[in-house]
Design a protein. Structure first.
Length: 370
């Protein structure tokens, strides 16, 4: 069976399709236009709340699929990029690596195996396979040399268009919406000469998005995205300046601890635990995953259109990076202790941080002249 979400007269319905209907709908992309016959029913009582978060109002029993057409220009452009990335990865990578590559680059985790999903969750790296603010940052960094050549207002318009296109490619994930709106506000502040502090940008982005779509408050991905961003912006710098280690190490450690602090409560409530091994796993995996995110889209699109064996050469760096991240997740999942020992480890980490804070405060306190 295949599940599709269909929008009919402005309302969204989930449909489980079988047989000939399934064969016609397999591989269809977001935004495609479908002429079909079916029966609409309300959502079951047990899934009404979950459906409401996704703006789904009921179920659709599909009897017949008559005709299928591609969607509008924006949808076609996003779908084409996704298809090219999948084709390039599936042609040159193992099924496991190809599924992880598309997850890292555009958040398409539909083909990941249960074993891979479990390994990433256990090691605290599951956020890497969901498109996040990192992807938006890397996209804007890659486009920076071109954007900087434009005058301020044309640059802002181009930035908004680029972010909108990326939102379409990644199917408007909540974390990308948050990061994209933050980036739009930040670029607007730059153009108008105003100060843009990260916590304020987070507040503006969250307020606007929740006003537009109140159901976002029930999205776990939205909670984790906002929490991690606030942790990195507020807690991360506070920890970084207090760590008695070189600056090159204090920065990534502070950012990692800040992000973990920001997602601690939602992770514990939703997933039941906060992996201890995630502290080291993120330090080792995130830089490489960042490279794959930055390099993956242009390399994947290019690899899909150039002949062999040139496609393998183009995609090789991304393949190696993907395999590295996968191996870190597997090793991390193996090393993650039981929940009791993990909780004890977090208590030890908190105690060490508290000791560092006390020590830093004493050293920073001005002396009293004799």
């Amino acid at each position: 069976a295949v599940r599709v979400t269909v929008e009919i007269e402005g309302e969204r319905f989930d449909a489980w399709c079988y047989g000939s209907v399934r064969r016609k709908l397999v591989g269809r992309e977001q935004g495609d236009m479908v002429l079909l016959a079916g029966t609409r029913r309300p959502s079951p009582a047990g899934s009404a709340r979950r459906d409401a978060v996704r703006h789904v109002v009921g179920r659709l029993e599909v009897h017949l699929v008559a005709d299928i057409e591609e969607g509008g220009a924006v949808a076609r452009a996003g779908n084409r990029v996704r298809r090219l990335l999948r084709q390039a990865a599936e042609r040159r990578m193992s099924p496991e690596d190809a599924a992880l590559f598309t997850g890292l680059v555009i958040g398409d985790d539909a083909r990941q195996s249960p074993a891979m999903i479990t390994a990433f969750r256990t090691s605290g790296l599951s956020h890497l396979t969901a498109v996040s603010g990192q992807n938006v940052v890397f996209l804007l960094a890659a486009a920076g040399p071109v954007l900087r050549r434009l005058r301020p207002w044309p640059r802002w318009v181009a930035t908004v268009a680029l972010i909108g296109w990326f939102m379409s490619v990644t199917r408007f994930e909540p974390s990308v919406l948050r990061a994209g709106v933050m980036a739009i506000f930040a670029s607007l502040a730059f153009v108008t000469g105003r100060q843009a502090r990260p916590p304020r940008l987070v507040g503006l982005a969250v307020t606007l998005l929740v006003l537009v779509d109140p159901m976002l408050v029930w999205s776990v991905g939205f909670w984790l995205s906002v929490g991690a961003t606030l942790g990195v912006c507020v807690v991360g710098p506070w920890i970084t300046v207090r760590l008695p280690v070189p600056a090159w190490l204090a920065m990534p450690v502070g950012v990692t601890l800040g992000a973990q602090a920001g997602v601690a409560i939602p992770s514990a409530l939703v997933f039941g635990r906060l992996p201890l091994v995630s502290l080291v796993a993120n330090l080792v995996a995130v830089p490489v995953a960042g490279f794959v995110m930055l390099y993956g889209i242009p390399a994947g699109v290019l690899a899909a259109i150039v002949p062999a064996p040139l496609d393998a050469v183009v995609l090789w760096p991304a393949e190696v990076g993907t395999q590295w991240v996968a191996q870190v997740a597997r090793v991390g999942a193996t090393l993650e202790p039981s929940p009791g020992w993990s909780l004890f480890g977090w208590v030890v980490v908190a105690a060490l941080l508290a000791g560092l804070v006390v020590r830093h405060s004493r050293q920073a306190r001005p002396g009293v002249p004799s």
